[in-house]
Each structure stands twice: as C-alpha cells, then as structure tokens.
Design a protein around this ligand. Structure first.
Ligand code: SF4
Length: 306
C-alpha cells in the first residue's frame, strides 16, 4: 500500500527554510576536528541539524552523551536507533569537559540518546558529565536536555538535579494528540510535564526549566497554544518552537511549512502566557543560541522570536 505522497505532491521547501553551507572561515572545522578527535558525538551531526554552519561557525555545539545509538525510535528523529553495542563509556564526561574547555564555552549544552538498557537510564552519567564540566570550567553554565528516564523518573531527577545544572530541559516535542503517535507507545505527554515541574521542585537553587515543540507534524496552531499553556502551568521558564524537517523518507512526512508570521504569533502567545523566553522561528532548535535563551529568561529581557 502506498503510504507516502508522490514526490511531485510533497510540499517544497520554502525560501525561509534555506540555510548556508559551511564556510571554511570561522570555527566550523576547528570544532569538527576537536569533537571527532576526542571521539565525542553531537546532536548537531547525529540529527543533521540545519544550523550547523551557524552554530559551529560560532564555535558552539551540543554534545550528545551515552553513545550514538538510541533505544527509542521517534518518528521525527534521525538519531540512529537500535540496541547499543557498547557499554556507557566512563571516560566520556572527562573528554567532553576537555572539549568544552578547549572551545572556551560559557554555556555548555549536553543531551543524550535514550538508554532504556541501562538501569538508571543514564542519569548517573549525566551527573558525572555535569561535575566534570564544573570542575574544568567553573564559570560556565550547564544545560542538560534529558530523556524521560522512564520507570526511574524520581531517582534519576534527584541524581541529575543533585549535580546542579543551571538549565533543565526536557522537550515535550509535540502536542498531546500526536505525542504517542510520534514518540512511540512508551511516551507519555503528562509524564513529560510532570518531569519538568518535578525538576524545579527538587532543586534547592534557581534552576531554569525549558522545553521545545516542533511544528509541521500535523498539529493545529490552537493545539500548539494548548501545549504552551500546559508547559506554563507546569512552571516552565523557556520554550523553543521550530519547524520539523523530515530527515529521511522513513520518517514522518512534513504536514505543513509553518509561515514566519505564524511563528511570530506563537511567540506572542507565549509572551502573553508569561514565559521568560520564547524562541520561535522556522530554524529554531532546542539548543539554538541556548546561551541567549538563558540570558533572555534570566534578565527578564522577555520573549524573542527569530
Ligand atoms: S541548533 Fe543546536 S543542534 Fe543545531 S547546530 Fe546549533 S547547537 Fe547543534
């Protein structure tokens, strides 16, 4: 049975989604050499992020810990999925901290694959990574974008928050109606909201909480606003909204190209709901200019749109 649109009928990439190719100027190739030389992974490469030219050219990247194989298979995500062949590498936090120091990062963003095969779901490795970065770069802030720690949520949160990251991020990804369809049977929209609120409750310091939504998966604009409302009701401070890009023909098809005016409207809705910062734009990703997102939320500069 035919399950995808014929090529001629697929929506073509609009002008506003065009991105620059990497330039040999700037830091792009220095970042690439450092990261590959230390056998580290980045979500920038693994997810084929369209912003690599800009972010790596600025000397930043988002590290992906716990290996390169994810035990989930979300319908929108390009990260390799399957059964990880390697155990968790205990030296990865030290190599990552070394790379962050070499890059002179002031805000270090760390995410990971899901590791449902590991008893603590990778929480201890997150904590070790945060501690390694803090010891090498005591003045840098740290942002973690974590999985849902399915089945061990409370203990995992205690472990991660115990290492005191400045920003705790967990992406809700899509609206309630599409959540399970896009993320698989184990995913739980309400659990994701709970995780964000619980992280803040457990912190005995001023942690910022953050989440992200991708649009173009079949949601309506009203459903996006409903999700913004749910996030605010769970005390989330920072939100990102960006356009879904289909990474391969096996992944969910793009339902629509969201116009920049609609992204502006999302930003206004988020602003009215009281988020500290809203980054909403076609090429916005969770970690896009994460240092600026944090700064906007902390200084009360308000919502920002791109
Ligand atoms: S937006 Fe995030 S994932 Fe994409 S290149 Fe920039 S740092 Fe990497």
């Amino acid at each position: 049975m035919e399950t995808s649109l014929p090529v001629a009928e697929r929506p073509r990439r609009p002008e506003w989604m065009k991105v620059r190719a990497p330039s040999k100027d700037g830091s792009y190739f220095d970042v690439q050499k450092l990261i590959h030389g230390l056998s580290l992974h980045t979500i920038c490469e693994e997810a084929r992020c369209p912003n690599m030219s800009e972010c790596w050219g600025r000397g930043t990247a988002t590290f992906q810990i716990l290996g390169d194989t994810c035990t989930r298979a979300c319908r929108y995500c390009y990260v390799h999925s399957g059964k990880p062949s390697e155990p968790v590498d205990p030296l990865e936090p030290l190599r990552l901290a070394h790379a962050a120091a070499q890059m002179q990062l002031k805000h270090v963003v760390v995410t990971s694959v899901d590791r449902d095969d590991v008893p603590d779901k990778g929480a201890g490795h997150y904590a070790a990574t945060i501690r390694a970065i803090k010891s090498k770069l005591p003045h840098a802030s740290i942002e973690v974008l974590t999985p849902d720690f399915l089945g061990v949520e409370e203990e995992a949160l205690r472990t991660v928050i115990g290492a005191r990251p400045e920003v705790f991020n967990h992406n809700i990804e899509t609206v309630r109606r599409l959540h399970r369809q896009m993320r698989g049977g184990k995913a739980d929209y309400d659990k994701a909201l709970w995780l964000l609120q619980r992280a803040k409750e457990l912190a005995d310091y001023n942690v910022l909480t953050k989440s992200g939504i991708i649009v173009g998966l079949g949601e309506t604009n009203d459903e996006v606003v409903e999700t913004l409302r749910d996030l605010r009701a769970h005390d989330v401070d920072v939100v990102t909204i960006g356009q879904y890009l289909q990474p391969s023909p096996k992944h969910a098809e793009i339902d629509r190209w969201v116009h920049p005016d609609e992204f502006r409207w999302f930003r206004e809705q988020g602003e009215a709901l009281g988020f500290g910062s809203v980054f909403s734009g076609p090429l916005v990703r969770s970690s896009y200019r994460a240092d600026e997102q944090r700064h906007a939320a902390e200084t009360g500069r308000g919502a920002v749109a791109y």
